[in-house]
Design a protein around this ligand. Structure first.
Ligand code: FAD
Length: 459
């Protein structure tokens, strides 16, 4: 549009949509949302597979039933999102070895306890090192005391438990804010309309929609932002297709992986403190591979929802879920890979991945099981608009890193799950970050307006 919008929001994931909604509610309606892909939702993304709607990105509303209400859970309730309770804690009792035997629960429980103890030990060591680095005398005292070296996982079962403990949840090792604040329950989203229905319902409140579609021209899809040129007076935003937008402020909601990549050029370049902070945050890759079968051959029932394959290679097709609770009769299994295994699988043909997954399943359930008839392998790492699944801050990271990642640079305000100190990595982290950033921007706009009126007032 020829007029200059007050704010441009880059990215239409949960944080971008939440940020836009708060601005609109506060009277800033001349905003534009530029989204690189052809859809709203970002890392919340459904796809139809094997006759049902599966979630390639966020799948759970995590943190329910605690002292404070999880805002995303509240949105789900408000908009009637269909969910199923998931109990991860059973997984440790459904561990298969490579000969298809279930590890007896006593042995599994012992190995689990050993892994938790060792992880706590490791964390202590890191804390000591950190404290020593900051010249804390007290830590030297601890250090002088003999602490036994943490054991490293070696056997397939130890490796499997280490994997689920570290790559999934660490609540036993250190408190996770999501569970502390919102509760320990997790609900699997099983709604044909998708998890992104929540975003659509939010958008409906401030954008023009019709028959389930957003038709407002303030939302611009397929607009890949490549350059942000900023000065004291405003920001010029340039997209890959040659469009140029002028605005007063930008809210940038792209992922930490995108910030670490060279997709976006900043002019002038971002200051050193910002680049250093961006660099300190790791990116987690988390891949859910969906497999469709002609019939069910795995044990079902809620307590069997998750099962584990103990292989001598850590993270090799370790974590499995059946979808019978969410979609009975769908005959779909999901196996989750992370980091190195995710990248390896993203780089190979899906047929190869199917062959590997089938070999793992045949180890567990015997050679007579049927072949999968379809496979779906999301590629979050190779997606240049994502570059990974979610932010993963080092276990011990200081407040300054979060502060710097979130801090505005001139007229560019940062948001996204990675800017949420308490809830990074989650949908509610993205949602709350979007609200936070907009509030900070509104405050800035108020101040700017105030100083302008002061200048205009006759002496
Ligand atoms: P995004 O959703 O990434 O939004 C950013 C948007 O910016 C995207 O739409 C992107 O296309 C766009 N963009 C990027 N570059 C540009 C550009 N140059 N120009 C214009 N637009 C651009 N969370 C949970 O709570 N529960 C879960 O069970 C869960 N599981 C997950 C599983 C997977 C596989 C993944 C990937 C994530 C999972 N998460 C989960 C995390 C959750 O999905 C994210 O924390 C959240 O959706 C992030 O929202 P966001 O708005 O910060 O970022």
């Amino acid at each position: 549009s020829p007029s200059r919008p007050s704010v441009i929001i880059v990215g239409a994931g949960i944080s971008g949509i939440a940020a836009a909604k708060v601005l609109a509610e506060n009277g800033i309606e001349d905003l534009v949302i530029l989204e690189a892909s052809d859809r709203v939702g970002g890392r919340i993304r459904k796809e139809s597979f094997g006759g049902v709607s599966v979630e390639l990105g966020a799948g759970w509303i995590a943190g329910v039933g605690g002292p404070q209400p999880n805002p995303v859970w509240e949105l789900g309730v408000q908009f009637g999102l269909r969910t199923c309770f998931s109990d991860y804690s059973n997984a440790r009792y459904n561990i298969y070895d490579r000969s298809g035997n279930i590890i007896p629960s006593g042995i599994a429980a012992d190995s689990y306890k050993k892994a938790v103890d060792s992880a706590i030990e490791k964390l202590r060591k890191l804390e000591e090192e950190e404290a020593t680095a900051y010249g804390d005398d007290h830590s030297n005292n601890i250090k002088n005391n003999e602490t036994k070296p943490p054991s490293t996982p070696e056997t397939p079962i130890e490796l499997a438990i280490d994997f689920i403990l570290h790559d999934f949840e660490m609540a036993e090792v250190e408190p996770i804010s999501t569970y502390v604040d919102f509760g320990e329950r997790e609900y699997f989203v099983a709604d044909e309309r998708g998890y992104d229905y929540l975003l659509y319902k939010m958008a409906e409140e401030f954008l023009f929609t019709s028959k389930g579609r957003i038709l407002d021209n303030r939302l611009k899809l397929n607009k890949v932002v490549r350059e942000l040129q900023y000065s004291k007076s405003g920001v010029t935003v340039k997209t890959e297709d040659g469009c140029v937008y002028e605005t007063n402020y930008v809210i940038l909601s792209v992922s930490i992986g995108v910030l670490q990549s060279d997709l976006l050029a900043f002019n002038p370049p971002l200051p050193g403190w910002k680049l250093q902070a961006i660099d300190k945050c790791d990116v987690m890759v988390y891949t859910k591979i969906f497999l469709k079968f002609p019939y069910k051959f795995w044990p079902s029932g809620p307590e069997k929802e998750f099962f584990i394959y103990a292989h001598e290679r850590r993270g090799y097709y370790t974590f499995w879920q059946h979808m019978e609770n969410a979609y009975p009769g769908s005959n779909i299994l999901v196996v989750t890979l992370t980091n190195g295994e995710s990248k390896r699988v993203e780089a190979q043909l899906d047929e190869e991945t199917l062959r590997e997954a089938m070999a793992a399943l045949r180890d567990m359930f015997g050679s007579n099981i049927p072949d999968a008839i379809d496979i779906l392998v999301p590629r979050w790492w190779n997606n240049r608009f994502q570059r990974g699944s979610y932010s993963n801050y080092p276990i011990i990271s200081n407040h300054k890193v979060f502060h710097d990642i979130k801090a505005p640079v001139g007229r560019i305000f940062f948001t996204g799950e990675h800017t949420s100190e308490r809830f990074n990595g989650y949908v509610h982290g993205g949602y709350l970050a979007g609200i936070d950033t907009s509030k900070a921007l509104l405050e800035e706009m108020r101040k700017e307006k105030e100083s302008q009126t002061l200048l205009l007032e006759p002496l």
